[in-house]
Design a protein. Structure first.
Length: 291
């Protein structure tokens, strides 16, 4: 890659880290407002609550008490309403809902669970933001080249693929022959037309995208991405096929991992690698993906 001449070119700068953390903090504050409003609503209406029936009449209070009883949203799919009610009734003393001290203790319990929930939400937000950035860059580049790209949307109006000519780039899908989700898949020919994923001979490129900015998790994210890329390569080798182009995009790239990434890039095992914060590297990867 012309934009990556040495390992240190990939390393995330101090300014990029500051900018990334600032963006995440602002996003988290915005999403925290909903949790705060739920807590304030509970405090304002606690005196009206006598039992679990009163809780269930109000969806906001229901959400509050579920979290205050340390029940995660994922757990609810395994617990019917009757079981949830039993847990809430066992953990909440409804006779003490006029006691300010007790109300604050429930509020603290609610925020403990909500903090975990917000953390999970933010991980999804960060990942989606990175995918959106890549999607928009791919579409813009194809339009600039006169390729007339077509967005493929899901029921939530999220772009899950982009199609042009005899190519299609597909995001975050799990081909059966690889048996794990792949962040970026580019297919050609018949597969591009049908959006199929089970014809390895039609694969042009596969990639992993890690959008988190926290340097504490950077090495682990790279290890996860490398394992995924190795799995992809192995899946093709087992079928006697050359692996497609492999690319890696990361936002938090530290010095030690940059050396390993650059070595794989120099050896040709990786066709491309980029720090998403650096426009020249990012643009070059986009061109590689759509070439």
């Amino acid at each position: 890659m012309k934009s990556v001449k040495k390992a240190s070119d990939l390393v995330t700068s101090k300014q990029a880290t500051v900018d990334g953390f600032s963006w995440q903090a602002n996003e988290k504050v915005v999403r925290a407002d909903n949790y705060i409003s739920h807590a304030e609503y509970f405090l304002s209406n606690a005196v009206k609550i006598n039992d679990i029936e009163d809780v269930r009449k109000d969806s906001t209070l229901t959400d509050f008490f579920i979290a205050a009883c340390m029940l995660s949203k994922k757990s609810l799919s395994h617990l019917n309403v009757e079981t949830q009610n039993e847990i809430i009734t066992k953990l909440v003393d409804f006779k003490k809902l006029s006691d300010p001290v007790y109300l604050r203790s429930l509020e603290r319990r609610y925020f403990l669970t909500s903090g975990d929930s917000l953390g999970g939400t933010m991980r999804n937000v960060v990942g989606q933001s990175a995918q959106d950035k890549l999607t928009e860059a791919i579409v813009a580049r194809l339009e600039a080249l006169g390729k007339n790209p077509e967005r493929i949307l899901n029921s939530s109006k999220k772009t899950v693929a982009v199609k042009w000519l005899d190519r299609r780039v597909i995001f975050d899908k799990k081909p059966k022959f690889i048996d794990k989700s792949v962040d970026i898949i580019v297919v050609k020919g018949d597969s591009a037309g049908s959006g199929a994923l089970e014809k390895p001979e039609d694969y042009v490129c596969c990639g992993e995208l890690k959008g988190g900015i926290d340097p504490a998790g950077a090495d682990e994210h790279w290890k996860t991405a490398k394992t995924a890329l190795e799995r992809i390569a192995s899946s093709f080798e087992k079928r006697g096929l050359n692996k497609p182009k492999l690319v890696f995009l990361g936002t938090a790239i530290e010095s030690a991992m940059s050396k390993e990434i650059f070595a794989l890039l120099s050896a040709g095992w990786l066709s491309g690698a980029a720090n998403t914060y650096y426009a020249d590297q990012f643009s070059e990867i986009v061109d590689l993906i759509i070439s």
